[in-house]
Design a protein around this ligand. Structure first.
Ligand SMILES: [Zn+2]
Length: 156
C-alpha cells in the first residue's frame, strides 16, 4: 500500500485564523467587567460536556475504537456533544484518529510523537496533512450515516 508522504506541508490558514481569533476572544473573559464565578462554573461544565462526553467518551472511545456499545440515540447525542468542541467534523476526526493508531509514530502519522511534544499535540493542526486524504478509507462504517454526514458538514 502506498501512502502519500511529504516533508513540506502547507499551512492550513483557516485553522490558524480560527484558533487565533478564538483564543484572543477568550482572553476577554479576564477583563473584570466580563468575569464571574458562575461563568467559570459554566465553562467547566461545558468543557466536561464537549471534551469529556463528546470527544473522549463519544468520538474517541465509542466511535473511533468501538470500546463499548450504546443505543444509537445515545451515540448520536455523544457525537453531537463532540461537535460543540470545535475539533472538526466527527467523520474527519474519527478517520484521522484511526489513521493515527494504524500508523502510530511512523512518518505518515500526522501527530507522530517522535517529532516532539508541540508537533504531536498542537503543531500538526496548523498544516494540511496528507492523512486527510486517507479519511474515507478509515470511516467506511460511519461515512454513509446521514446523522454523521450532517454533523460533519455543518458542525466543524
Ligand atoms: Zn485512540
Amino acid at each position: 500500500m502506498t501512502v502519500a508522504t511529504s516533508n513540506k506541508l502547507n499551512f492550513d490558514w483557516s485553522v490558524i485564523v480560527v484558533m487565533a481569533v478564538l483564543h484572543a476572544g477568550a482572553l476577554l473573559a479576564f477583563l473584570p467587567a466580563n468575569f464571574s464565578w458562575a461563568g467559570v462554573g459554566l465553562a467547566i461544565f461545558l468543557h466536561w460536556v464537549t471534551g469529556g462526553l463528546g470527544i473522549t467518551l463519544g468520538w474517541h472511545r465509542l466511535v473511533t475504537h468501538r470500546s463499548f456499545q450504546t443505543p444509537k440515540w445515545l451515540e448520536y447525542f455523544l457525537v453531537f456533544c463532540g461537535t460543540l468542541s470545535l475539533q472538526g467534523g466527527p467523520i474527519w476526526w474519527v478517520g484521522l484518529h484511526r489513521h493515527h493508531h494504524f500508523y502510530s509514530d511512523q512518518n505518515v502519522d500526522h501527530h507522530d510523537s517522535s517529532k516532539g511534544f508541540w508537533w504531536s499535540h498542537m503543531g500538526w493542526m496548523f498544516y494540511e496533512v496528507p492523512a486527510d486524504k486517507e479519511v474515507p478509507r478509515f470511516t467506511k462504517d460511519i461515512a454513509d450515516d446521514p446523522v454523521y454526514r450532517f454533523l460533519d458538514n455543518y458542525f466543524c
